[in-house]
Design a protein around this ligand. Structure first.
Ligand code: ADP
Ligand code: MG
Length: 514
């Protein structure tokens, strides 16, 4: 086919698709929504009074909704707006082929892949669907045994992919119908596959050629422009742009695409956005827009405020992982830069080196300001939280429990380290005054470990209590503690009593617990 013919055919297809697209969009709004509502009511009905007709009706409705969705996808395959990335079609073809393994017993597949590292620029999943549809048709066209040849090669500045089958072929008069939505010769066909293929390939700046001989087979040949050196590492995006637009406006009208790219970048965050909204009431997507807006306005003071707010919110919810926030932040940074690149590209007046580096400084400075203040506020809140937790734990670790108006008990539990000793000293002296304690029982049967230094300190506290006129009774001294006392010659004031068990001490005080 000559280039003119090629483009005629393409325009023809595109106008046909465009008119179908308009109808589809109209239908979708008018019909899909009520259908979805009907489905909802049916479900409610089904829950009240189950009936198998309801199940059938729901299935039929599902089919209708899927058909509408397919029609929409065909008319606008990029509606799912995937980011454009550089990738090799070879790898994708290999992966798709794997989905047809159950056919390999009857159809031989021969691959002729060369130039496997050559990349094209495109929407990876969209093109995956394209080749899935082509291969599906090829397998379906072969009634019994047959062969499919798949080729990949570099041809000038485009990648050529060919898929040839030894199937039933297509009659010459039907060739022109290919790509028209709903055109199918299969009893259970939808006629959507090729329509999707054609419009997707055109959107990628590619071409499709079909050669077919009835009874012999069909060959589909595709050409896609290869990724030039200029596009390397930079994402070329189809974004809206109007003459003399400001970066802020550009980001605003491409808001949807920005969100989409952000979610694609932050792979691990994507799935938990809803959870984060539910748990912490934090809307990450919304916050990304706010941050970007502040960056564009270069409002550093607001950035700091926002960062502090966010840091605190994040710290308040222990279930929110900091790694998630970091990944999200990095995704914002990356996507913002790709958008700035595309803005620069679309605006046509390419910036000078000085302009670029000044923009780089400004943007990265502001982003760093955000991150710094986020972490400062996060850490401060966490530190405060830890401090107040510690105070609470300290309080709980030295419980002085009043038994009568003058008798209290202090059970020492667990590890008694120098920090605990310190807390014990403060609390005991304070509580003695407060509770007017005359007798303090100190039960050590639950104390796990006491080294010489801490034992000395403890004995000093006990002696102090005695000096204050309080009778101290120590119970439950464990053999290892007694040993340390003897070995380190700890002297206890003679007014301090010791008793084997807490029970004995209570009995002596006339406090029978039985
Ligand atoms: P469907 O597969 O649901 O019929 P498609 O849009 O994928 O819809 O294909 C439309 C029609 O094009 C098919 O019904 C078939 O008649 C014809 N066709 C497509 N690919 C081939 C092929 N490789 N060999 C023969 N006929 C084909
Ligand atoms: Mg098909």
């Amino acid at each position: 086919m000559t280039p003119i013919e090629q483009s005629d055919k393409r325009d023809d297809h595109q106008s046909r698709l465009a008119s179908v697209g308009q109808i589809a969009a109209g239908i979708a709004h008018e019909v899909r929504n009520p259908l979805t509502a009907v489905k909802g009511f049916l479900q409610l009905l089904g829950e009240q009074t189950p009936h198998n007709y309801i199940d059938i009706a729901q299935q039929e409705l599902d089919n209708a909704i899927v058909t509408l969705q397919n029609l929409l996808n065909v008319s606008r395959p990029d509606a799912e707006s995937e980011p454009m990335v550089g990738f090799s079609l070879c790898a994708e073809l290999e992966a798709i082929l794997g989905l047809f393994q159950d056919q390999f017993y009857r159809v031989a597949v021969n691959k002729h892949f060369t130039d496997g590292t050559t990349e094209i620029v495109g929407r990876r999943n969209q093109l995956k669907k394209v080749f899935f549809n082509i291969l599906k048709n090829a397998f379906e066209a072969i009634p019994g045994e047959g062969t499919i040849e798949i080729g990949h090669s570099l041809e000038g500045d485009s990648v050529r992919v060919s898929i040839t089958d030894t199937g039933v072929g297509i009659p010459q008069d039907k060739l022109a119908m290919l790509g028209t939505p709903f055109f199918t010769t299969k009893t259970d066909g939808t006629g959507m596959g090729l329509a999707y293929v054609f419009s997707s390939v055109y959107q990628h700046g590619g071409t499709v050629d079909v050669q077919s001989v009835e009874g012999q087979g069909t060959a589909f040949t595709f050409h896609f422009p290869i990724r030039g050196t200029k596009e390397r590492d930079l994402a070329f995006m189809d974004l809206l742009y109007e003459q003399d637009m400001k970066l802020g406006e550009f980001l605003k009208i491409n808001r949807g695409e920005f969100e989409h790219c952000l979610l694609a970048e932050a792979e691990n965050v994507k799935g938990i956005i809803e959870d984060i909204k539910r748990i912490g009431g934090i809307d990450l997507v919304q916050n990304a827009h706010i941050l970007v807006g502040l960056l564009i306005d270069q409002n550093d003071w607001e950035i700091i405020n926002f960062a502090q707010q966010e840091g605190k919110l994040w710290a308040q919810h222990s279930s929110l992982n900091l790694a998630v926030k970091l990944e999200w932040f990095q995704a914002i940074r990356r996507v913002l830069w790709s958008f700035m690149y595309n803005f620069d590209r679309l605006s046509g007046n390419e910036s000078t080196r000085e302009q670029f580096f000044s923009l780089e400084r400004q943007t990265n400075n502001s982003l760093d300001t955000f991150l710094r203040h986020f972490f400062m506020s996060y850490t401060k809140f966490k530190d405060d939280q830890i401090k107040s937790h510690k105070e609470m734990i300290d309080d709980l670790s030295v419980p002085i429990i009043p038994l009568t108006s003058s008798v209290s008990i202090l059970p020492l539990l667990g590890m008694i380290d120098s920090h605990r000793i310190h807390v014990i000293q403060e609390k005991v002296l304070q509580q003695i005054g407060l509770l007017k304690i005359r007798t303090l029982l100190i039960d050590m049967s639950g104390a796990a470990f006491l080294d010489t230094t801490n034992l000395r300190k403890l004995s000093r506290i006990l002696n102090g209590i005695s000096y204050m006129g309080v009778k101290a009774i120590i119970t439950g001294i464990r053999p290892e503690v007694a040993n340390t006392m003897i070995n380190s010659k700890v002297i206890i004031d003679r007014r301090i009593e010791t008793k084997g068990t807490l029970q004995q001490a209570l009995e002596q005080l006339g406090l029978n617990l039985n």
